[in-house]
Design a protein around this ligand. Structure first.
Ligand SMILES: [Zn+2]
Ligand SMILES: [Zn+2]
Length: 394
């Protein structure tokens, strides 16, 4: 099959590799019809995630058609059109029972720090991802969801990560009626966090980024105020000025480990890797939020350490919440929001690229060229009505 293939930092290409096979009775094989490139794929692409191996296929945001199921799979059948949450989880451990699917005990057993994620290095379990024609889906009875007929495929693929992660970011902010919410990052997750903040009762939403076309988009899409941090000398001071010197009620980090905006953080975190990526946005969140306020973190940081002003957080009495989104938990509510027209996820899609051109697609997204916000990769067999694999089944 054709699949995205990692060759080293800044080098990916479309390559042929063996088709995935059923390895466990609980597996399914899915023929991918759409796969997104995620902002967090760029951390892999830039070589910042430990144990990202040459030959690995990225892609944790994908939908497709079930082509084959293992002998114990009961909830899916060949031909089902499914969206597959980015978390791989067992559904039965203590954490899964608490709907903390991103923290499952069983699917990445060699790590106590990270759950399992499709196509996200061997640190996150080493499972190949969906930027490919086919993908193996473990624990197929609990992860995937059959896509309802009235949900557009472009909306469905955004339900695998970007929308639920943005939504959970707002949820973890514990927003109260009338709160001022500042979202750092105007990528897909930040855009959806801003949109979700209104749904949870925010009275004011401010989005901060440095990429002008993204700020223009989010201003229109989420009807929020925007700040370009390149035009601001002191971020925390600026937010205080905007909020009668009190600070925001809630700050959301939708950026993670590759934040620009502070030279020292960039040198220690990105260039020399003395810490797990630059923590600039964590500083801005902790210092811009009011005393007693909430900081919600969904931007990706690596499992080692970061230089964070924890003393300020302590003395201000902040609540810090963070996690990988628990995608499956949010799906019913988000589908309601989409059906009611309160949120239209597919509007953020700017690029649709054949999988064969995956190398260009990563370059354009990474360099923020061509007003790129969200890219969908379309594998060559995406539109086959009945794939070869299904016809050889008994
Ligand atoms: Zn993602
Ligand atoms: Zn589990």
């Amino acid at each position: 099959m054709l699949a995205m293939n990692y060759r080293g930092p800044y080098r990916v290409r479309a390559d042929h590799k063996p088709d995935p096979v059923i390895e466990h009775p609980g597996d399914a094989i899915v023929r991918v019809t759409r796969a997104c490139i995620c902002g967090s794929d760029l951390h892999l692409y830039h070589g910042l995630v430990p144990d990202t191996r040459v030959g690995h296929t990225f892609g944790h945001e994908f939908i497709g058609v079930v082509e084959e199921v293992g002998s114990s799979v009961q909830n899916l059948k060949v031909g089902d059109k499914v969206l597959v949450p980015f978390n791989i989880f067992c559904g039965s451990c203590t954490l899964c029972q608490h709907e903390l699917y991103g923290n499952c005990h069983n699917t990445n057993a060699q790590s106590t720090a990270v759950g399992a994620i499709y196509g996200y290095s061997h640190t996150a379990g080493g499972y190949d991802g969906g930027q490919a024609e086919y993908v193996r889906v473990p624990m197929a009875d609990v992860g995937p969801m059959v896509i309802p007929d009235d949900i557009h495929d472009d909306d469905a693929v955004l339900l695998t990560d970007a929308l639920p992660t943005g939504y959970q970011a707002a949820e973890m902010g514990d927003i109260e009626e009338g709160d001022t919410v500042v979202v750092f990052g105007a990528g897909p997750v930040g855009i959806f966090a801003a949109k979700s903040a209104w749904l949870m009762g925010a009275g004011r939403v401010i989005v901060v980024d440095e990429v002008e076309y993204r700020l223009e988009f989010v201003k229109r899409y989420a009807q929020c105020e925007v700040v370009n941090f390149k035009e601001v000398k002191d971020m925390a001071l600026h937010i205080k000025k905007m909020t009668d010197w009190v600070g925001a009620d809630v700050c959301i980090d939708a950026v993670g480990c590759e934040a620009a905006g502070n030279t020292m953080q960039t040198i220690t975190g990105v260039y020399t890797m003395m810490q797990a990526g630059s923590a600039t946005v964590l500083h801005w969140c902790i210092n811009s939020v009011r005393k007693g306020g909430n900081v919600s973190i969904v931007g990706v940081y690596g499992p080692t350490f970061n230089a964070v002003p924890i003393g300020n957080a302590l003395n201000k009495g902040l609540t810090l919440r963070m996690n990988q989104a628990s995608v499956r938990r949010h799906l019913p509510r988000l589908i309601e929001h989409i059906r009611a027209g309160r949120i239209d996820p597919k509007q953020i899609i700017t690029h649709r690229v054949p999988l064969e051109e995956v190398s260009d697609a990563y370059h354009i997204f990474s360099s923020k060229l061509d007003n790129c916000i969200k890219t969908i990769l379309v594998p060559p067999r995406a539109n086959e009505v009945r794939a070869v694999k299904a016809s050889v089944q008994h």
